[in-house]
Design a protein around this ligand. Structure first.
Ligand SMILES: CC(C)(COP(=O)(O)OP(=O)(O)OC[C@H]1O[C@@H](n2cnc3c(N)ncnc32)[C@H](O)[C@@H]1OP(=O)(O)O)[C@@H](O)C(=O)NCCC(=O)NCCS
Length: 185
């Protein structure tokens, strides 16, 4: 059912979004959510958004969140068991993993991120065999960790990704999502 009160619309990213994504890569909070390196000036390291989006598939793809037709944020949604880089290592099937970022400071703290997450949860759990969604905020990103907890994610402990990134693994089960949705959350 279409939610008439929703401010946010999620759509698949296209190569034409590369320009705005490249601009957001230079925002200090977006940089800080991807690395603990204090010298870093750009998020996600060395990459080209046209190529990244060109490589999107049904097991790893990007979406853009729009508010009244204006791009405000982005997400990556992957099937961590099947996506080819095996970033999550040896994980069970039936999961989805999310990344989320809002590119401009003036668009943060207005509830848009929570709306983006709720829309992404509905999208992921629409596939019946998806049992849970996992995320991996940096341990240093305490505000994001608080944000995810409020959305029903539960801590699964620390984990180092890519040999350097000290992350916290968190999980939203289908049952927790369904209970939250029933409460209107
Ligand atoms: C995390 C993020 C998606 C939340 O979206 P949002 O629209 O700002 O969040 P909402 O308005 O729905 O909820 C507010 C909560 O978001 C979190 N938040 C707000 N600004 C944030 C920021 N700059 N960085 C991290 N978390 C932030 C906080 O938990 C905040 O609650 P608080 O005011 O009690 O601290 C967004 O702030 C963001 O993109 N931050 C920078 C990138 C990032 O940290 N991404 C997460 C990677 S794991």
């Amino acid at each position: 059912m279409l939610d008439e009160t929703a401010r946010i619309r999620l759509r698949r990213a296209t190569p034409d979004d590369a320009e705005v994504l490249t601009r957001w890569d230079r925002d200090p909070d977006v940089v800080a959510c991807t690395t603990d390196d204090p010298e870093a000036e750009v998020a996600f390291g060395d990459h080209d958004w046209r190529e990244e989006i060109g490589a999107d598939s049904d097991v790893s793809f990007h979406v853009i969140a729009e508010e009244a037709g204006r791009p405000v944020g982005a997400m990556q949604i992957i099937d961590p068991h099947r996506e080819p880089t095996h970033y999550w290592g040896d994980v069970e099937p039936g999961l989805r993993a999310l990344d989320v970022w809002i590119g401009d400071p003036s668009d943060r703290g207005r509830g848009l991120g929570a709306e983006m997450m709720r829309a992404a949860h509905a999208l992921c759990f629409a596939t019946p065999d998806v049992t849970a969604i996992v995320i991996d905020p940096l341990e240093s990103n305490t505000r994001a960790i608080r944000f995810y907890r409020r959305l029903g994610y539960v801590d699964e402990g620390p984990r180092i990704f890519d040999g350097v990134d000290r992350c916290r693994v968190m999980r939203l089960t289908r049952a927790a999502w369904a209970a939250g949705a029933a409460r209107g959350g």
